[in-house]
Every structure is written in C-alpha cells, then in structure tokens.
Design a protein around this ligand. Structure first.
Ligand code: SF4
Length: 743
C-alpha cells in the first residue's frame, strides 16, 4: 500500500540506508537529505575490470555515469567524478541503472503475431516483413499513411537515421516523439517568444542568480541532482526561491514564497505580476522597449489583471502577490524555470509565453545568472530538436516547409528533394486520430509506450487495434503497447549501444557501448538501417560505424544555431558536456547565448505575449466535483518500463495512490489507506487514499506511472481527457473532473 507522502520519504530514506542488506546493491556516498549517491554495485557481483563513460538516460539534467563491466555484464554504476553536471553524484534512478539491463522481460528475438500469440521468427524474416509491409502500405495508400513514433531518450545518431529514412527516403514527415507529452508547449513557447528554439542559459547560472522563479515544476522529485544545485545556491548565496504550484511539493516546501495557485490559472497570475511590475515602476521601460516587440500593447493588456481580480481567480492574496513582485523587482538576476505544470495544459503555450514576458520586461535575459532555464523530463528532448526528429523540422532546426532547407538536407542525404514532403507531419494526437479515421495504416513505435501514457486509455487501445500493421521496437515485452503489435523487434538499450546525447543546457556527451545486447537484440540504428537497405536505400545507409553518422549529422549543423563542427567522438572522450554552438575544434563551447542582446526574432527583438486565460475543457461540476492533477514521484519514471524492474524503487512506491485534502476526506468519511474508486467521464481507477494538506481542497493528485499492466483499474489515464494545447498539441494532464467514493 502506498504510504502518505511524508512517511513515504521516511521509508525511502530508511530502506536506502539498508544499503547492503537486501536491496541487491551496495551504495557508496549516500546523501540522506536528497537520496543521492556516488556509486552502486550489484551485490555479490565481481569487481568491474573495465569502466565505460556514459550519461544517465532518464532526465534532461544529463548526469555523467561510469559503467563498470565484469564478464561481459554491467555490474556497477558510479557518478562520474569529473563530470561538470553531477560531479560524481547520482539520484535514486541513476544509481539503480544496473537493474534495468538483465531483466526477465527483455525482448530477446523478433516475434510475429500469429492469432493471439507471438511466435519467434529470425531477423531475415522480420526485416523482410517490415520492409515489404511498409512498401505495400505506401504504394497503396501514399507515404502519409505511415508514421513513426519514437521516444525522447534516444541518441542524436538514432534520431538522424530515423529522420533520413522517414523524411528523406519514404517521403513523409510523420516522425513524432513522446516529447510531445512532456515539453511541446515549452518548446513552442520558446519559439514564439524568441523567434527560434533557443535555450539561452546554462546550469552555472544557478550560482550567479539571486532569485529562482519556479512555476509548475517540482525538480526535487523529477531532477534531484539539478535541485541539489539549486539548494546549494540557496544555502551558500542566500538565493531566494518563489514556487508556484497547486501542491505543497518537496520543492515548494523549500521556497521562500509558495503560491498555492488554483489549477490552471497561471496566465492570470503572470499577467497580474507583469502589471504590478510595470505599474510600480520596478522595470526599466526604455530597456524593455529596446529589446521587445509590443511593450505598450502588453502594458495596456495587463491593466485589467488587477491584484483583486487575480486573487479572486487564482486564490493568491494581494499581499502574496505584492511580496512576489517586490522580490522580482529587487532582483539583479533571476532564473525562470517551469515544467509540466505549465506545459501539460490546453493553454500550455500561453502559460509559457506569459511567464516569459516577466524575464523579458525585467531585463533578465542575455546576461549571466538570468533568463529561462528549463530542464526536460526526458534525457534527449534537446537532441531530438537539434536533429530535427519532429514532424515540422529537419536537422539543424530547419523547417520542412522551407524549400531551401529541403534542398540543403537532400544534398547531404543523397535523396531527391522533390520527394521530400513540404507539409508538416502529424503529431501523436493526429496520428491516433488518423488511425481512428482509417488514414494511418501502419505505425512503427520505437521505445515508447503510448497505450499507457496517452490520455483516455480506453480510446487509445481501441485505436491501436485498428492498425493494419503495428511494429513495436523495444527492449522489453510485454509493455502496455507491445501487446498490440503485429511484429516485435528486439532492441538494444542504454549501455548496449553507443551514441551522443545533448542535455537541457545544450551540452553534448558521448555514451560508450559497454556490453553486447542480449539474445538476438540489435541496436536501433542497425534495425532501421537494415529495413531501409532492404527497401532500396543502400546508398543512404552505407555507414560503417555510429561515428560516421555523427560526422554526417555535423555537416547539417554548419552555420546553424547548433553548429557542432568543432566536436568529434575523440574530443567528447576528453571534454565533457561542451555546449553548442561549437563551430571549430578551437572553440570551447557556448555557455550562454544572446549576451549581445540580439535575438533571433523579428528585428532582433523578443516577442511579448498578449494572452487571455481560458478554462480547461472540463471543469468540476455536481457529478464530477474534484480537480484531478497527475504527476510523478521520485522513485518511478514515466510508464515504469524500466523502473518497474527495480525492487528498491518498487518498495518505495509500488502502486498508484490518491492524495486528498483532509476536509474532503472528512466530508466523504475517508480514512488514510481506504480503497477509493475514482471516476471520470472516461473511466475509473482504484487506489488507496493518502490524506494530506499538501494539496488544495477540491483537488486530488494521482501519479501517472501506473497503467494496465499494473491492473486494469490502475491507470490514471483511464481518467484523463483528450484535450490538447491549441498550438503545441500537448495533452492536458493537469485538469480533468473526477468523483471519488469509497470502495
Ligand atoms: S538527476 Fe536525472 S540525469 Fe541525474 S541521475 Fe537523476 S535521473 Fe539521472
């Protein structure tokens, strides 16, 4: 049973302290406050005789990891002591990486669906089947009847190969990724505000800022090593922290000011802060006008967002608002951070651009210790974007609808530019709708689990069943998604393949292959290139080694924002985390961008956003009177395909739970640990009650990690709604109406 959150923290620390007594791991350098470690060794395993350099594959912090191997097996992981990001430390997820490799559910050989069963086939048959099915589908229904859906935890070289195959060879831009579910609104917000995808800051800015403004983001749970650095700066430099979150998260508990905002009302709050900063004369208007577009328009627009109006709508008192405005106004350098709490909304992009108005008008941009600093939930969401593995992009942040961009990339790829589509491909929302409408016939899913992670699970499962041909390429089976496959392709995973990852501060690192993939599993690159060659694209995929792919990708970055012509595998072995652009071998990387106050948008200026608030698609009513918020816990990652294999993590949190406010619990006569049935208009979930005033009245929180492999009624996405950001198509996981009753 899930304990309440405070007990859960205690339990977690207690069992971690057990180290050598039953977890199967010996832990070295344990930090009891944050649960971070320096090394973990598999108990009873031989001492490593070889070490390989790597990066933790979970979050966008990008912690350096040394991987210890003995007898062809990974037996230890150590935080890389000389890595600039984590300086030897790892969080609970990173230190448990040994356990994700040799699991009993590794997919070891290709399999084909035969009736209700999967039957083993050889690679030749698997490759032939995939190649001929894709050819047949495209010949009969056109290239746009096929789509590929990948994860945001893969390597640059993999993204590059998928992109070349799908967009250059097959002629469709239907290449989409799971980053849509975490960060699409954040990225579209950055593009709208800056005029280009443009993370400007670096983690070193944490030590130089005097204020952290943290909205809809809980790095204590989602990025513990990054959070530890925030806490160190807070202690050493007395940096202030404002946190905006409807929950009293572990991050909010460390804040100087926690604004416990009503769900979904962020645009109103940000507009009110902007109004007060302007009206109280706390900004330099001349400077703001020099670097932004539409300052006067914004000034006029925010006048109706009075403190009284903001209090009524957001629940944040005039007094608290005044304190926050004062802190921002006094700050010499503020970092603005946000996460899924803003992104996962019907108006997620509006929330992000309204937030960005604040650093832009206060001059917190283009200088050390100031600006937006966003760390993604998946490890290589940045690599994905720079490699152009999204439906509207080509490598080097080029757009598919730009004829010159298509020509440039076609020249490098050795394909006919006329065969490349000028039309943006489908997002995952449109792919699933397309399957439902009979327009998408074949789907290739790589290391992703949409049957568990997309909202309204019942609908998603019915849609996946309609496909003529579903290829699932993964390292595990079963997953919630693999069960719907017509063919299963066994893939290598972290430590079993090499490649390059870019973290959220634009830092690139090499991941070495430490061991061979198990059984007949192959690297993702090999699998996709073999199919491509079988379809006649031998010339485009004549790479002999992964490094050749990296070298070809580098050519796509010449004179682009992410120019990495100065980087090589050899240089990455010596220098860790160099940040793009790195145009020459002599260049030492770029910590901060836009220091010259010239921005990529119109006239070199920043775009201010004139945004109104809109309610979520579904709001609580008599029948479904509570808000549902979904989110994560420290000890699990996404849909648990990896973390469910780790006893230590499952001991901490092994099933979903429902956080409910004591007042609601009293009204409903619910006691701690009672089994609850939670229903929405889409479905139901059964889970235990955790009574806590960490959450607002009339709001419930349920973690999103569990799906129907944990039990038909354990998926929070049985409850969530198919509502999407108007610009970025990111699902709204933070606002659905639910009812609760005791079972
Ligand atoms: S903070 Fe992120 S990258 Fe670092 S060890 Fe933890 S999960 Fe891995």
């Amino acid at each position: 049973m899930a304990a309440n959150k405070d007990n859960m923290q205690l339990n977690r620390r207690d069992f971690l302290k057990l180290s050598a007594t039953g977890l199967g791991l010996s832990l070295v350098g344990f930090d009891p406050l944050l649960g971070t470690f320096q090394a973990a060794f598999a108990e009873g395993a031989p001492q490593p005789d070889q070490w390989f350099m790597s990066i933790c594959p979970y979050c966008g912090t990008g912690c350096g990891v040394n991987v210890g191997v003995a007898g062809g097996k990974v037996v230890a992981v150590k935080g890389m002591p000389d890595h600039p990001i984590n300086k030897g430390e790892l969080c609970i997820l990173g230190k448990n990486l040994v356990g994700i490799l040799d699991t009993s559910d590794r997919l070891l050989f290709p399999q084909k669906k035969d009736g209700d069963q999967f039957k083993q086939i050889n690679w030749e048959e698997a490759t032939d089947t995939v190649a001929s099915k894709l050819k047949e589908t495209i010949e009969k229904n056109g290239a746009d009847s096929f789509a590929m859906y990948i994860s945001a935890s893969e390597y640059i070289e993999e993204y590059y190969v998928y992109n070349k195959f799908v967009k250059g060879c097959l002629g469709t831009n239907n290449l989409e990724s799971s980053a849509r579910l975490c960060w699409a609104s954040g990225v579209v917000g950055l593009v709208k505000a800056f005029g280009a995808d443009s993370p400007p800051c670096c983690f070193d800015d944490i030590d130089l800022a005097d204020l952290f403004f943290v909205a809809g983001y809980n790095p204590s749970s989602s990025k513990p090593i990054f959070f530890k650095r925030l806490m160190k700066a807070k202690k050493v430099n007395k940096t202030k922290m404002i946190v905006i979150d409807p929950r009293k998260t572990d991050t909010a508990k460390k804040a100087d000011i926690h604004l416990q905002i009503k769900p979904g009302t962020d645009v109103i709050l940000f507009n009110a802060i902007t109004r007060e900063l302007i009206n109280k004369g706390l900004i330099d208007e001349t400077k703001a006008k020099n670097i932004t577009q539409d300052f006067e328009k914004l000034k006029e627009h925010v006048q109706s967002f009075t403190p009284q109006f903001a209090e009524e709508k957001t629940g944040i008192s005039e007094q608290q608002l005044a304190e926050v405005v004062e802190l921002i106004g006094q700050s010499k350098g503020a970092l603005f951070m946000w996460g899924q709490g803003l992104n996962q909304s019907r108006i997620g992009t509006r929330k992000v651009t309204s937030l960005l108005n604040i650093p832009f008008i206060t001059g917190n941009i283009g200088k050390a210790g100031a600006g937006p600093l966003a760390v993604t939930g998946q490890s290589t969401a940045m690599s994905l974007r720079e490699a152009g593995a999204l439906p509207n992009l080509l490598p080097g942040f080029r757009k598919v609808d730009d004829p010159q961009a298509r020509q440039d990339i076609a020249d490098i790829w050795g394909v006919d530019p006329q065969k490349m589509s000028p039309k943006a491909g489908r997002t995952i929302v449109d792919i699933l709708n397309g399957i439902d409408a009979g327009e998408i016939k074949a789907l290739w899913i790589i290391h992703s689990n949409p049957a568990a992670t997309f909202p309204d699970t019942t609908w998603v499962r019915s849609v996946l069943n309609k496909l003529d041909f579903l290829i699932v390429q993964d390292c595990y089976h079963p997953t919630e998604t693999s069960q719907f496959a017509h063919i299963l392709l066994p893939a290598a995973q972290w430590s079993e393949k090499e490649g390059t990852m870019t973290n959220s501060e634009r830092g690139l690192n090499l991941i070495e292959q430490a061991v061979q993939p198990p059984g007949e599993a192959k690297t993702d690159i090999e699998i996709v290139m073999n199919v491509a060659r079988k379809m006649g694209f031998e010339k485009q995929f004549s790479f002999k080694k992964t490094e050749d792919i990296f070298e070809e990708f580098k050519r796509c970055t010449t004179h682009r924002p992410n120019d990495i012509n100065g980087l090589s595998y050899a240089r990455m072995r010596k220098e860790k985390g160099l940040q793009w652009p790195i145009p020459t071998a002599e260049h030492s990387g770029t910590k901060r961008r836009f220091i010259d106050q010239k921005f990529p948008g119109n006239d070199g200026k920043l775009n201010l956003a004139i945004n109104q608030h809109d309610d979520p698609l579904e709001i609580p009513d008599k029948e479904f009177p509570l808000w549902l918020l979904t989110g994560l816990v420290n000890e699990q990652f996404h849909s648990r395909t990896r973390t469910s294999k780790i006893p230590a993590l499952n001991r901490a949190v092994s099933e979903p739970f429902v956080e409910i406010h004591p007042d609601n619990a009293n009204i409903l006569k619910i006691k701690e640990g009672d089994l609850l049935k939670v229903t929405s208009r889409r479905g139901q979930l059964t889970a235990r009650a955790v009574i806590t005033d960490n959450i607002l009245k009339d709001v419930v929180f349920i973690p999103y990690h569990f799906s129907f492999l944990a039990g038909e009624d354990k998926s929070v996405n049985n409850l969530t709604i198919r509502s999407f950001d108007e610009s970025a198509k990111q699902p709204e996981y933070k606002a659905a109406a639910v009812n609760i009753e005791k079972v």
